[in-house]
Design a protein around this ligand. Structure first.
Ligand SMILES: [Zn+2]
Length: 336
């Protein structure tokens, strides 16, 4: 038997509460979450949660109490804040939800749910990001099927022969309907990346994806794929890989290819991803890359900070930000 099973048992619960208290109110006014009045006062503490501060709204007609966690992503969680802080940290170290559940000693479904909420909270930083300057682009096809789509949980009849992932895949470009959607990466030489999961790699899709990711008039360097060559609205130049040309002076897409060399091992950790969940995963990878100069815990702190905003928390619980990333229907033609 180990002396200590879980590392978070070493954490001081009161210190975690104090940390979250600071994070919640440092840039936000202390106000009632219901009537938004600033006329609030302290109202005792909780016996079961040491350090959690309680307040009471003094506004006539409201008079309700709230605490540091009311309306946030951690509100009414049965698990302590130490669990949440460690989960966020592990998520930024790109652990899978099952790994996080094991390290914390929670159920895998709890781990899965937390990961989705926290990923969504992280995506709030990525909504509306657009690249400018000199942008490199590249594409990739990722095998993504229907993992975890059975209604009652467990295994679902496929309705087809198993794909045989390890076998040689079909030649040619992938497609959403062939369980092999495309991923397009845009990376600016002035900083910033955008990774998009798209349905296919047709001229129409790529033009739409570029319109979302890159400001019109920017300089674009790609490979010689015909979908890039048909792009309008950009200063475009490309290298011809079929002629073994990988760089011609300034013109190359090595940064984009390097980004994929990081994305591939990141996605492998999850052992297969459902194609409907792909935007969430690549979106979170985009967040990690855009803030890669920070340490994993600094990234975790950003996520915790977002999760403590009631407006972001309620949207994160509903998965709103992932939907937002795909609201131009890059991945699916029609939502049902
Ligand atoms: Zn109030």
């Amino acid at each position: 038997m180990p002396v200590l099973s879980y590392v978070h048992q070493l954490f001081n619960a009161e210190q975690c509460q104090a940390y979250i208290h600071t994070l919640r109110w440092k840039d936000r006014p202390l106000q009632c979450p219901r009537c938004h009045s600033h006329n609030v006062g302290p109202w005792g503490t909780y016996h079961a949660q040491p350090g959690l501060k309680r307040y009471r709204c003094k506004e006539q007609g409201c008079k309700r109490t709230f605490n540091d966690l009311t309306g946030t992503l951690f509100d009414r969680s049965k698990r302590s804040l130490t669990h949440w802080i460690l989960a966020t940290f592990l998520l930024c170290l790109s652990c899978s939800s099952r790994r996080i559940a094991r390290e914390l000693g929670v159920h895998i479904r709890t781990g899965y749910r937390w990961c989705w909420w926290l990923r969504n909270a992280a995506l709030s930083y990525e909504i509306g990001r657009r690249l400018a300057g000199t942008v490199e682009a590249d594409d990739l096809y990722h095998t993504a099927g229907k993992k975890g789509q059975a209604k009652q949980g467990g295994k679902k009849a496929l309705g087809r022969r198993p794909r045989g992932r390890r076998k040689k895949r079909e030649p040619g470009r992938g497609h959403y309907d062939k369980d092999r959607p495309a991923i397009i990466a845009w990376i600016s030489r002035q900083g910033g990346v955008i990774v998009q999961a798209t349905r296919d790699f047709t001229v129409k899709t790529v033009q739409k994806a570029a319109g979302i990711a890159v400001q019109a008039g920017s300089r674009l360097y790609t490979d010689s794929a015909s979908s890039y060559r048909a792009l309008t609205g950009y200063v475009h130049d490309f290298v011809n890989h079929t002629q073994k040309e990988y760089a011609r002076g300034e013109v190359h897409e090595n940064r984009a290819e390097c980004l994929f060399s990081l994305l591939k091992p990141y996605l492998r950790v999850f052992r297969g991803i459902s194609k409907t969940n792909l935007p969430g995963y690549v979106g979170f990878f985009q967040f990690l890359r855009n803030f890669h100069r920070l340490t994993a815990f600094e990234q975790a702190e950003m996520i915790l900070y977002a999760a403590l905003d009631p407006a972001i928390a309620s949207r994160a619980r509903q998965g709103d930000f992932v939907t937002c990333l795909d609201h131009f229907n890059l991945l699916q033609t029609a939502r049902n």
